[in-house]
Design a protein around this ligand. Structure first.
Ligand SMILES: C[S@@+](CC[C@H](N)C(=O)[O-])C[C@H]1O[C@@H](n2cnc3c(N)ncnc32)[C@H](O)[C@@H]1O
Length: 207
């Protein structure tokens, strides 16, 4: 089933999330600057209006942005073309979307909570299997905390348990992981949120 909330948000003038890339995207770009780690292809799952794919494409990545909102994808394509940036975008559902070929980076910011708990194990297995040896997964997910009043404007969101995201990467090298709290303006009402973040590297192929 489709989540119409984001179509409505993205149909408004301007960029709902702004043009500045997410902290997660900036962190991945920083890690990837190391000469030993040269990611090339990147898939952004739940890319919205494309701020992160456009940021990566400007840094030389071959980028594919996927989102369930056709309105968001249309805006992402228009913005990329206006900026003269080469990036591919397609409408797809991260609950079922299968990467056609392995990527160097599988990335998702703010979207994974739309994957229901019963599907997550299989979804993460697919994301990991669709990452090249030595490649990176960079992900975040909202986590409920008993001391933060729950507030979600997205009826499709299902919470990750604190630490759950990290657990999917038990067999990869953890480059960065943690939990942060911040004020989210999603839905137009500022509210406190806690979020888990993981950047993990798939073991290189044994030589
Ligand atoms: C909080 S927004 C984040 C957007 C983008 N990552 C950013 O930071 O600008 C969550 C995004 O997930 C997308 N989304 C929700 N459910 C989805 C699904 N099942 N498949 C693909 N995208 C989905 C929404 O359309 C929305 O663009």
């Amino acid at each position: 089933m489709k989540n119409a909330i984001y179509d409505e948000r993205y149909a408004r003038p301007g960029l709902y999330w702004g043009s500045r890339p997410t902290a997660l995207a900036r962190e991945v770009a920083r890690i990837a600057r190391s000469p030993l780690r040269l990611p090339r292809s990147l898939v952004d799952l739940g890319c919205g209006e494309g701020r992160d794919p456009i940021y990566f494409a400007r840094r030389g990545y071959r980028v594919l942005g996927v989102d369930i909102s056709s309105v968001g994808i249309r805006k992402a394509k228009q913005r990329a073309s206006r900026l003269g940036v080469s990036a591919r975008f397609l409408v797809g559902d991260i609950r079922t979307y299968r990467l056609a070929r392995p990527a160097d980076v599988v990335f998702s910011s703010g979207a994974l909570n739309n994957i229901p708990r019963r599907l997550r194990k299989a979804r993460f297995e697919h994301f990991k299997a669709s990452t090249k040896p030595g490649g990176i997964n960079a992900m975040n997910a909202d986590v409920p905390k008993p001391y933060i009043p729950p507030q979600t404007t997205n009826p499709f969101a299902s919470p990750f348990r604190s630490g759950e995201l990290l657990g999917y990467y038990w067999d990869w090298e953890i480059l960065d992981a943690g939990q942060g709290e911040f004020i989210s303006h999603s839905g137009g009402i500022p509210h406190r949120k806690a979020m888990d973040v993981v950047i993990a590297r798939k073991p290189p192929r044994p030589s």
